[in-house]
Design a protein around this ligand. Structure first.
Ligand code: MG
Ligand code: FE
Length: 170
């Protein structure tokens, strides 16, 4: 299949959705990292992934520019969503656990999004964008793996802090 207008339009829509997804990722991670007190490993991995996410947004904007698509209208205020989610988790008292689960779900959503976008890029004849999408995908896979690998230790730490009567939940 060549650069047909239908596939191009699917690709552009997917890129715009991914751009919104990454901004949502920032709005989810930033409030979390600002609240963490007792889980420095989680905080530093989140900080790393915030920087990676900013790079992912830049890659998506480069692809959109290369397709002569404007991205200036894409930056909607999504931070409300992430702040509200963080607040709900904090009221429930197990914020670090719920955030760990939600982050794992979100990273896997991102993985699926990039796999689908790479498929569209191949079908639509946009080989120049595949490497950048793969770079984003690899960072999401690494983050999902880190969350998976650390879920047990975070859960054990949460339980032991609770057991010790520590009031600090994050
Ligand atoms: Mg991302
Ligand atoms: Fe991510």
């Amino acid at each position: 299949m060549k650069d047909s207008s239908e596939t191009r339009s699917i690709f552009v829509t997917g890129l715009k959705n991914a751009h919104a997804m990454e901004n949502q990722a920032l709005s989810i991670m930033k409030p979390q990292v600002s609240r963490i007190e007792n889980y420095p490993d989680v905080a530093s991995r989140l900080e790393q992934h915030i920087r990676e996410t900013e790079g992912q947004i830049a890659r998506l904007e480069e692809i959109l520019s290369s397709l002569s698509e404007d991205h200036s209208t894409l930056n909607m205020a999504l931070s409300f969503t992430g702040s509200m989610a963080a607040m709900g988790h904090s009221i429930a008292g197990d914020e670090i656990i719920k955030n760990s689960l939600a982050n794992f779900a979100f990273e896997n959503f991102e993985i699926a999004a990039y796999k689908s976008l790479m498929t569209i890029a191949e079908l639509g004849g946009f080989p120049g964008s595949v490497a950048a999408l793969k770079a984003n995908l690899d960072e999401e896979i690494a983050m999902a793996k880190w969350l998976d690998d650390n879920l047990r230790s975070v859960t054990i730490k949460f339980a032991s802090l609770k057991e010790a009567g520590m009031s600090a939940k994050v």
